[in-house]
Write a protein that binds this ligand. Structure first.
Ligand code: EPZ
Length: 428
């Protein structure tokens, strides 16, 4: 497994173009099996999670054709109703969207429980509650979730917790249900809205996404469509944080400013200067970083998927910052790796206390999950010396060409084989 090697100290300068939103693509690709028609989906990020979800469809005899590296053509005409391969499903959390899509299309689904990033317990009780409310019966047997219904009947579903996955899965199963389905306490993330726009382009009737009440009038028939995915707010936020960490000056293109408001606000609090242009933003930082507190929240709050990245900036900000990870039980596994680089962070449950230090120093670290890996890259970019990051397959799950994009704005980063050994320290 290859590694990234970063020699820190360069200011990032220049332009970065943002790709399609991973978490929109991972919902929209499974949604395409709700029709017998052909769906052409553009602006798909070329990342391993997308390949995985596409392979899961192909495993069910769905014809998935790569028109180009960012466009898929999906033809589910000859789909086979089977349990998709465990070896594929266990590697990605979003595989559970097959439950909602298959239930929505066939009134039955049988999918292994999902895998994905390990942030502690990741239940699916709200998904199952939604399916049951629509009239389906479910049982989990041998690690497989079996769900089926004679007919899905629209109803009101109140989510006990704001859940992106459950909101999306209920939308997928309800679009062809009989009558009106109302999801209360729904997630409002941009990728939930993007899925609704995709479904409506197929002839669905989904209203209210982006608010906490989504109304879905079931329709009999959904047709193929052509659709382009929104830009990835977290990819954009990651490059914004990298610009701030290196005191650089970068223009980030292909973004939707509205999706970046919480990230922009926090980075400005830390000391960034952010200028909104037409479909891009310019991020600069010329002063000392300032401490601040972070509480991750469902959209439109500060996104949990930016928590590791922003914590690197807080590690370099004078003073004490408090990070409250209110969404996940254990999203601080990256802290151990940052400590190896000299960060002074203590963790107690869902809270971390970050004492700013003057600098981080490069060393050998490993990515424990996708956003943790992105945080280690940011830490390496700002560290003295060489940082070697192992397990970079985690990073490749969600960032298209991150090495090339960073090199394009002046970073000293390269991908090396797993045999790479750092040069021995000079004899004293
Ligand atoms: C999605 O995960 C994203 N993944 C995650 O991004 C993101 O961190 C998360 O939403 C929150 O924004 C994808 O979209 C593929 P949730 P999801 O259901 O849907 C609890 C990344 O880095 N919960 O919104 O799994 C759950 O335990 C990834 O791109 C229940 O209790 O998240 C958590 O505390 C990592 N019961 C909270 O809700 C349920 O049935 C939010 O989870 C479902 C969730």
């Amino acid at each position: 497994m290859s590694k990234y090697v970063i020699v820190g100290g360069n200011k990032l300068q220049g332009k970065v173009s943002i790709g399609g939103a991973k978490n929109a693509a991972l919902a929209i690709i499974p949604a395409s099996i709700l029709t017998d028609g052909v769906c052409t989906i553009k602006n798909i990020p070329n990342i391993s999670d997308v390949s995985l979800i596409a392979n899961i469809l192909a495993d069910m005899n769905v014809n998935v054709r790569m028109v180009n590296k960012n466009t898929l053509e999906i033809n589910p005409k000859n789909i086979i109703r089977k349990t998709p391969s465990y070896d594929l499903v266990r590697r990605i959390r979003a595989s559970y969207y097959l439950l909602g899509a298959l239930l929505g299309r066939f009134c039955s689904a049988s999918v292994y429980l999902p895998g994905g990033c390990n942030f502690g317990v990741r239940p699916i009780d709200q998904h199952l509650k939604g399916f049951a409310r629509l009239g389906a019966n479910y049982k989990i047997d041998g690690g497989i979730v079996n769900v089926e219904a004679k007919q899905l009947i629209g109803t009101t579903i109140y989510l006990d917790v704001v859940s992106v996955g459950a909101t999306i899965n209920i939308m997928l199963s309800a679009v062809k249900a009989e009558g009106l389905t109302v999801i209360e306490n729904a997630a409002k993330e941009p990728h939930v809205v993007d899925l609704a726009n995709f479904l409506n382009s197929m002839g669905a009737d989904v209203r209210g996404t982006g608010t906490d009440v989504i109304k879905i009038h079931g329709v009999k028939f959904l047709k193929g469509t052509s659709y382009s995915i929104i830009p990835d707010q977290i990819e954009a936020g990651t490059y914004m944080a990298a610009a701030v960490a290196t005191k650089g000056d970068i223009i980030i293109k292909n973004i939707i400013p509205k999706h970046l408001e919480a990230i922009k606000s926090k980075l400005e609090e830390i000391g960034a200067k952010i200028e909104e242009l037409e479909e891009s933003i310019r991020v600069t930082c010329n002063n000392e970083l300032t401490r601040c507190n972070i509480k991750t929240m469902p959209h439109p709050g500060f996104p949990t998927d930016m928590q590791p990245q922003i914590s690197v900036l807080l590690s370099l900000a004078k003073g004490t910052s408090i990070v409250n990870e209110s969404v996940w039980d254990n999203r601080f596994r990256y802290v151990e790796e940052l400590r190896r680089m000299g960060a002074n962070i203590s963790v107690d449950g869902k809270i971390s206390v970050v004492e700013g230090v003057d600098r981080l120093t490069g060393t050998l670290v490993k990515a424990t999950d996708l956003r943790a890996g992105a945080a280690l890259i940011i830490a390496g970019l700002t560290s003295s010396g060489e940082t070697i990051i192992e397990n970079i397959d985690h990073i490749d799950r969600g960032y298209e060409n991150i090495c090339k994009k960073l090199k394009g704005v002046g970073a000293n980063i390269k991908e090396v084989s797993e045999k790479y050994q750092p040069p021995l320290p000079k004899a004293l």
